[in-house]
Design a protein around this ligand. Structure first.
Ligand code: PLP
Length: 343
């Protein structure tokens, strides 16, 4: 049976007993206070389509990223943007290149779409091997995906090297840079390059720093011609994001205090967690994000059993060789419980 939200005795679902969620790199603090107010107010406008509000968000995003409105395409999470770019690539037929190991769930439909995937191993320090990726381009290659910072390893590309890689690779193929976690770094987005470069597409999301994962809102930044091409794969280019999410996103962009606070908490809790894991003799990769990639090779207990016994959800083993796994950085309290669970 389903709870009837109109019933007098209806209570909101109780999340108090839910597990500690350290598996999907969500923001444990969000949505931001301003977003909560805006979203609550905008519930009253949910009887109307949100086209005007979407235009407002697009303008705000253009301003934030130093581009024009026609450089932006909204999506229901950056997943919709990833889907569209995959379809766009498939229309050109051939193959695409991505790292092994990187964020790859979104590529699941590639075989059905007739696209071949070429995987290029990361370097020893778990970074994108840009030289090898460039070399791997063949006559059939249509796109290269770079996740920067990389999920799950938390590493980042050297900006100068990445820019020269993009300049070289985009002579032949599309370079698709996923900046889902860029707000956790001091790096600037690559958005300033799209005006000159038709073959560069950037994906961004409100799911991580802005704490709106469940609201499903993200966007692409690209050259206007490219935005039009990707957008034309939808029946209506900017029509998949709800008014409540759009209002939340607009307010989030104004909540600079929240971003500062999340960043400072994340850094403090990251340091604590890496220190503790290191004391447990577990190797960690330096992280430019809100998660940590570490090796279970020296861990003597059953890691997943320990998490289960303490009602904590982590992820999986990504690389058998080295038993690497990823943990999301939650609140200090959550990470103290995580470390206690490991001990
Ligand atoms: N890109 C990366 C690198 C991610 O880690 C995720 C989610 O975890 C996404 C994209 C998709 O996020 P969303 O669809 O919530 O924007």
């Amino acid at each position: 049976t389903f709870a009837n939200p109109l019933a007098e005795d209806y209570v909101l679902p109780d999340f108090d007993n839910s597990p500690i969620l350290l598996r999907s790199n969500e923001n444990p603090y969000g949505p931001s206070p301003l977003a909560r107010i805006a979203m609550t107010k905008s519930v009253n406008n949910s009887n109307r389509y949100g086209w005007n509000l979407e235009s407002e968000l697009i303008s705000a995003l253009a301003k934030k990223n130093n581009v024009a409105d026609n450089n932006i395409l909204l999506g229901a999470g950056s997943t919709e943007i990833l889907d569209l770019v995959l379809q766009y690539t498939a229309l050109k037929k051939g193959n695409f290149i991505m790292a092994e190991t990187t964020y790859n769930y979104w590529t699941a439909p590639c075989e059905k779409l007739g696209l071949k995937k070429i995987k290029i191993p990361l370097t020893k320090d778990k970074k994108h091997d840009l030289t090898a990726m460039l070399k791997a381009i063949d006559a059939d290659t249509k796109m290269i995906y770079i996740c920067n910072p990389n999920n799950p390893t938390g590493t980042i590309c050297d900006r100068e090297k990445l820019v020269s890689f993009i300049n070289e690779a985009t002579k032949k193929v599309i370079v698709f840079v996923d900046e889902a976690y860029i707000d956790f770094t001091k790096e600037q987005s690559l958005s300033n390059l799209v005006t000159e470069n038709k073959n560069l597409i950037i994906a961004k999301t409100f799911s991580k720093m802005y704490g709106l994962a469940g609201a499903r809102i993200g966007y692409a930044i690209a050259n206007p011609a490219t935005i039009e091409e990707i957008g034309s794969l939808k029946s209506s280019a900017n029509d998949s994001v709800g008014v409540v999410s759009t209002a939340g996103a607009i307010a989030s962009l104004q909540d600079e205090n929240f971003v500062k606070q999340v960043n400072s908490n994340n850094e403090e809790v990251k340091k604590y967690t890496i220190d503790q894991l290191t004391q447990l003799n577990l190797t960690c990769i330096p992280s430019y994000s809100n998660f940590i990639y570490f090796s279970l090779e020296n861990y003597k207990k059953d890691y997943f059993k320990q998490l289960e016994n303490h009602n904590i959800l982590g992820t999986k083993i990504y690389e058998e060789n080295g038993k690497w796994t990823r943990i999301t950085i939650g609140t200090m309290k959550e990470m103290q419980l995580f470390i206690a669970a490991l001990k």
